[in-house]
Design a protein around this ligand. Structure first.
Ligand SMILES: Cc1cc2nc3c(=O)[nH]c(=O)nc-3n(C[C@H](O)[C@H](O)[C@H](O)COP(=O)(O)O)c2cc1C
Length: 215
């Protein structure tokens, strides 16, 4: 099986969580001898190639982060340039996000189904998974550990060609976190998180306070 994989994140490839997730997914997908081509929409100079691959192939995977509850603006711009196809073309999706609860990705997931219809394609399902903020801050072995579960998903897609398998459906995890954990997270974001974000920003070379408002 051959798949065209399109990373819809506006973050440059080196820093994109989606890209790190895809590396593992592709490891699993290629195990049975499958092949792929990967395009990253953050590099606008590759859009013509990505569009051409979309037109010529019938097995397309869009991998995207949730940005403000839905599809990133840059990816929307790309989608608007795509031609209508036919139902033999299958669109499948890897939708991943920062916050952990499955519930907050469902609006985006529903939109992806509508999008598939509007592009006149067949729907190959979606992997829906949150709790990925940490990938951006991890390094080395820690990144491998956090992204490892996506390898299994890649293997399943490599065999079945879609995300309808029950393992893919349950991959999301909890729809809503237990209330005590939600209270804890709320307190953390109002206290310790601010300190940690300031520390991280400094380690990335930021020389202004994180509340700094240049405009
Ligand atoms: C502008 C922006 C908006 C975001 N909006 C959401 C959101 O609504 N819900 C959520 O859970 N995560 C949100 N996130 C977090 C990203 O989905 C998450 O960090 C993702 O792993 C980033 O993937 P990327 O590095 O490939 O872009 C947002 C991140 C950014 C930068």
């Amino acid at each position: 099986m051959h798949a065209v994989i399109i990373n819809g994140s506006p973050r440059v490839q080196n820093h994109s969580n989606t890209n790190r997730i895809l590396r593992k997914f592709i490891d699993g997908f290629c195990e049975a001898g499958n092949t792929f081509e990967l395009y990253s929409l953050s590099d606008i100079t590759t859009w013509d190639f990505a569009r051409e691959a979309y037109e010529k192939n019938d097995n397309i995977i869009f991998a995207l982060p949730l940005y403000v509850e839905c599809v990133p603006g840059l990816m929307m711009e790309f989608l608007e340039t795509l031609p209508s196809k036919n139902k033999d073309t299958k669109l499948s999706f890897i939708l991943q996000s920062g916050f952990a609860e499955g519930l907050q990705l469902r609006c985006g997931e529903t939109y992806l189904k509508i999008l598939t219809e509007r592009l006149n394609c067949g729907y190959g399902g979606a992997i829906v998974k949150g709790d990925n903020f940490g990938i951006r801050f991890a390094e080395g072995e820690e990144v491998e550990k956090l992204t490892e579960p996506y390898k299994e998903i890649g293997k399943i897609f490599g065999k079945e060609g879609d995300f309808f398998n029950s393992k893919c459906v349950s991959f999301t995890g909890p729809e809503i976190l237990p209330w005590l954990l939600r209270v804890y997270i709320g307190i953390y974001f109002k206290t310790g998180a601010k300190k940690n974000f300031a520390h991280m920003a400094k380690s990335w070379g930021c020389d202004k306070p994180i509340e700094y408002k240049p405009w």
